[in-house]
Design a binder for this molecule. Sequence first.
Ligand SMILES: Cc1ncc(COP(=O)(O)O)c(C=O)c1O
Length: 401
Amino acid sequence: MKPSTPEAMNQQRFYEAHRLDDGVARQAGFNPYYPLIESALDDPLVIGGREFINLASNNYLGLSNDTRVVEAAISGIRKYGVSMCSTPVAAGYSDLFRKAEKALSAFSGLEESLIFPSCYQANNGLFQAIAHDGDLVVVDRFAHSSLVEGIKTAGCRYRPFRHNDMEHLEDILARSGEYNQVFVVTESVFSTEGSIAPFREINEICLRHGAIPVVDDSHGIGVLGKTGRGILEYSGIEDYQGIYTASLGKALATAGGMIAGKKPLMDYLRYSVSHLIYSTAILPAALQALIKVLEIIDMEFPVISLRLWDHTRKLGKGLQEAGYALTGTTTPIVSILSGDSLSTLTLSKMMHEQGILGTPFIYPSVPETEGCIRLIAGANLKPQSVDRAIRIFQQMAMVHA
Ligand SMILES: Cc1ncc(COP(=O)(O)O)c(C=O)c1O
């Protein structure tokens, strides 16, 4: 119906300008996003009443539905209820919250930790509190949107450096003398393609130039390093002088995000990051589960991570032998380079038909021709499931050849 007044036309224009463009999904005959999962992250996973091999979740250590973790979450609810219904600075903080912060500090080896409802909030809020007019943030070109969006709204200058290119980074820093403070920001394990930042070198470059390093270890915590402590352990960095952030919703199998580092800075951030101060505190169940997950990693990391790496190596080798182009196999992120958006969704559709769940990345998350499908074979998968996934990928490659 045609709107009858200028005001109604104005409203109609607004709604027309904000319609989803799902042209590629319609062309591919498949939309892989928001899959309707009907089970816990078990093997198999259930979607639409069908069984799937789950290669999509960041549940690296397979602990999200571990009975001990589930029981811990329930005990958190029993004591504290479902929610504290308040922001941490008001009445959302608790002895459990403090215990979880301390557990994270001990785990990461850093002086003090803050826990946010999500790492998106942690990353997004951090820069508004620390980077001001006259400061420069130099950030890896592939860094996660939570970091980039946070930096862009902070009121400081922003410069990307070429992915993992230390010469480019050094060059930018050498020409950044006019800024009050320079920050260097990177992910540890890059979330779409699984490359690892040369963080030891980045840290040394920062020390040479008086810059503050910021690392998002979302895909490294619980995965990298001899005991799963993440990028700092992996890089052999002791007495880290920078800022550390990580999601608690990946290998740590719960939810939330952390910022950790020197205590005086964390004390300041506790009262200055809006995304912590003005948002309802992370739920008690997640905090109690997190404490249990950290205990399990402390006790069982060698055994659990061996399963993760066995699966990863097997999957990477099988896919390479079947002729798939991969971004790399040095981390548990095995991504198939799938070309443009349409090819990516077409491959994703074939996987769906065969009962394999992966994570497709298409434009605008990645450049139009650099689509990929991320696969993570978590430690809770049965070896037979990984074998079966490889066989399916091999058959799909033959059909497609
Ligand atoms: C590298 C990276 N940083 C931050 C986040 C956000 O973490 P969270 O899910 O805890 O908000 C993600 C999650 O996708 C991520 O991959």
